[in-house]
Design a binder for this molecule. Structure first.
Ligand code: PYC
Length: 321
């Protein structure tokens, strides 16, 4: 029997998992100049590893993962994956990766570092005490409002605000989808959110900065009291307030005139955990106001794993619909 091993360290950031792959991925599946190229090469040649570690029986429907990779453009490179594919940027994942790598001695105990993600470079600030990472803040890539897409859902008009914040979000008032934002009801967000994402993507919104066609990857349901619930992938619900989702929300508030530069907001996710954020700066790119959102949160290591893939185990990886 042949056995391949994959070593991971797992974290949760406000309840949302990140399975961080430390060993088992062959170097030639990560070739490329940029982290985006490395991610694309991995997706083309080693996607079975994503499925193995994210999907059942080793993962679950809401599993999330990250692969740290070498880069000469920053202190660390990392790309992100879920049960369904890959995201260009992930706030909760970044907080988890930085926490785990510092606490495990894989990264120096430094208060400031830069991380290259497929979305671009992200500046990270770390609070450390006695070898324990207390809080991680990241300044995201340029974020901006794209457009408003009106859709009809269950006979009701719904306004989806499209925002880029490392990923494309459709931000929508939870009430307009007929759902209440409460941990116990988080799963009720899934179907309406996926239906909305299909409708929004059918409307082919455009990125005002790049002119490219937008593919919305996540839907953020918002409610008063700064509650958020983000649905992404094939119906995964982010247990945390969602790092890039919080950036989208801050960017939207700022564009609507409701959030001054430097004003701090606490956003609460479906299990009651919080991220804090603010807009540190704005600029204009191609005539569009772009923000630099900063979001911070806390992650904890939940365990270390050695996963096996043996050639006599023919079941493969799966998710149950
Ligand atoms: O924290 O940015 C985030 C995120 C994206 C998808 C899941 N979490």
């Amino acid at each position: 029997m042949e056995r391949t091993e994959f070593i991971t360290v797992d974290t949760h950031t406000g309840g949302e998992p990140t399975r961080i792959v430390l060993d088992g991925v062959e170097a030639d599946t990560l070739s490329g100049e940029t982290v985006r190229e490395k991610r694309d090469r991995f997706a083309a040649t080693a996607d079975n590893i994503r499925k193995l570690l994210m999907q059942e029986p080793r993962g679950h429907a809401d599993m999330f993962g990250a692969v740290p990779v070498p880069t000469d453009r920053a202190d660390l490179g990392v790309f992100f994956m879920d049960t369904d594919g890959y995201l260009d940027m992930c706030g909760h994942g970044l907080i988890g990766v930085v926490t785990a790598l510092i606490e495990q001695g894989e990264l120096p105990e430094t208060p400031e570092l830069t991380v290259e993600t497929p979305a671009g470079l992200v500046d990270v600030t770390v609070e450390i005490a006695d070898g324990v990472v207390r809080r991680v803040a990241f300044e995201n890539v340029d974020s901006y409002v794209c457009e408003t897409v009106p859709v009809e859902q269950d006979g009701n008009p719904v306004e989806a605000r499209i925002v880029y914040s490392g990923n494309y979000f459709a931000v929508v008032d939870a009430d307009s989808l007929g759902v209440t934002l409460d941990g116990e009801y988080a799963t009720q967000c899934i179907e309406p959110a996926l239906e909305l994402r299909r409708a929004v993507n059918d409307a082919t919104p455009e990125d005002p900065v790049t002119g490219a066609r937008v593919a919305v990857s996540a839907v953020e349901l918002t409610a008063s009291g700064d509650r958020s619930c983000v649905v992404f992938a094939d119906g995964s619900v982010d247990r945390s307030p969602c790092g890039t989702g919080t950036c989208a929300r801050l960017t939207l508030h700022h564009a609507d005139g409701g959030l001054a530069i430097g004003e701090r907001v606490e956003v609460t996710g479906p299990v009651g955990s919080t991220f804090e954020g603010y807009i540190s700066d704005t600029s204009v790119v191609n005539g569009v106001t772009v923000t630099s959102p900063v979001v911070s949160g806390t992650a904890h290591i939940t365990g270390e794993h050695t996963f096996y893939r043996t050639d006599d185990d023919t079941l493969g990886s799966f998710t149950l619909a």
